[in-house]
Design a protein around this ligand. Structure first.
Ligand SMILES: O=C(O)CCC(=O)C(=O)O
Length: 273
C-alpha cells in the first residue's frame, strides 16, 4: 500500500485502490449477481416487481447476501480487502454487511448520508469497501463524497428529494464543502470512513448499469453495532459476539418515487411498501 493511499484516507476520509480485483473476476461477479437477482429469496430487502416503471423496482439492491451466498462471503472476507483494511485502520476489521447495487439506466441515486448513522458501530466507526463492477462515472451516477466530512459528527437528518433518491433522508450540507464525484473502473475499490458524507446522483444514461458490490466493516475495537448487522464476522469467517447498539438499521430505507414540496417546512409525499 502506498503512503499516499493511507494519507488520503486519513485526511479526506476516503481513498480509491485501483485494480484490486481483475476484470475476469469482476465480470464473473457481475454475471453471478444478475443471475441471483432473478431468484426469489426470503429476506430480500425490497423485492423485484418485474415490468415496473421504476428501474429500481425491476433491479432493487440486495443486502446481506453473504449470509446465504458463498461467493458473497468469499468476497467480503477476501485477503486483498482485509490487507488494505488492516493497513488503513491499523487493526483487524470485522465484517458486518454485503450489498449489491444494480442502478440500471434511468434509476434514482441515494441521497447524501453517513453510514454510521445506520450501523452505530461504537467506539470508533464503520468502513465501507465499495467495488465498481463496471465503469462508474458522472453519467451513470458514480459515488459522490464530501472530502474531510469524516471529521464531522453524525448529523441530524432532513427529508431527501425522492425524485432523485431512493431513500428519503439526507444530511443537509453546511455551507462550504461540496460533494465531489469519484470515477472508477471495474475492480477499483473505494474505501471510506463511516462518518464520511456520501451518496450518488441518478443514472442519467439510457444504456449503462452502474453495478457495485459493497462490504461494510467495523473497526476492531468496536464493541457494539446495530442489531441488523449481527452476527459480525472475523476475517477468518468465525462469528463474533458484540453488543447491540440502540437504533440504526439497514443503510437507507427504500422509498417509492415521490414528490417534494418545499412550502414552509419540507413535506414529502411518498408511499412506503
Ligand atoms: O452506491 C451508491 O449509490 C450508494 C452506496 C452507499 O451509499 C453506501 O455504500 O453506503
Amino acid at each position: 500500500m502506498s503512503e499516499s493511499f493511507k494519507q488520503a484516507f486519513d485526511q479526506e476520509g476516503y481513498a480509491v485502490a485501483r485494480g484490486v480485483f481483475g476484470l475476469d473476476e469482476v465480470e464473473r461477479l457481475r454475471e453471478h449477481y444478475m443471475a441471483l437477482r432473478k431468484r426469489r429469496y426470503s429476506d430480500d430487502v425490497v423485492g423485484v416487481r418485474a415490468g415496473d416503471r421504476d428501474p429500481l423496482r425491476r433491479y432493487p439492491r440486495m443486502a446481506q447476501m453473504h449470509r446465504w451466498d458463498e461467493d458473497s462471503l468469499r468476497w467480503l472476507l477476501d485477503p486483498r480487502l482485509r490487507g488494505l483494511l488492516v493497513d488503513l485502520l491499523g487493526a483487524e476489521p470485522f465484517a458486518v454487511q454485503t450489498m449489491l447495487y444494480f442502478k440500471p439506466p434511468g434509476s434514482r441515486g441515494q441521497a447524501l448520508h453517513q453510514d454510521n448513522f445506520y450501523l452505530r458501530a461504537e467506539p470508533g466507526t464503520c468502513v465501507a469497501a465499495w467495488m465498481a463492477l463496471e465503469r462508474a462515472d458522472v453519467g451513470n451516477g458514480c459515488m459522490l463524497v464530501v472530502p474531510g466530512s469524516h471529521r464531522w459528527p453524525i448529523l441530524c437528518t432532513a427529508k431527501a428529494d425522492t425524485k432523485t433518491s431512493f431513500t428519503d433522508v439526507t444530511v443537509p450540507l453546511p455551507v462550504g464543502p461540496d460533494a465531489v464525484p469519484v470515477e472508477m473502473e471495474p475492480g477499483d475499490v473505494l474505501f471510506f470512513n463511516g462518518s464520511l458524507v456520501h451518496g450518488s446522483a441518478p443514472n442519467t444514461t439510457d444504456d449503462r448499469f452502474r453495478r457495485a458490490l459493497i462490504g461494510h466493516y467495523i473497526e476492531g475495537d468496536a464493541r457494539t453495532v446495530a442489531s441488523y448487522y449481527h452476527p459480525a464476522l472475523r476475517m477468518d469467517g468465525s462469528p463474533l459476539q458484540l453488543d447491540v447498539s440502540e437504533g440504526g438499521g439497514p443503510c437507507g430505507e427504500w422509498t417509492e418515487q415521490g414528490t417534494i414540496a418545499l412550502t414552509g417546512e419540507q413535506l414529502v409525499t411518498r408511499s412506503h411498501e
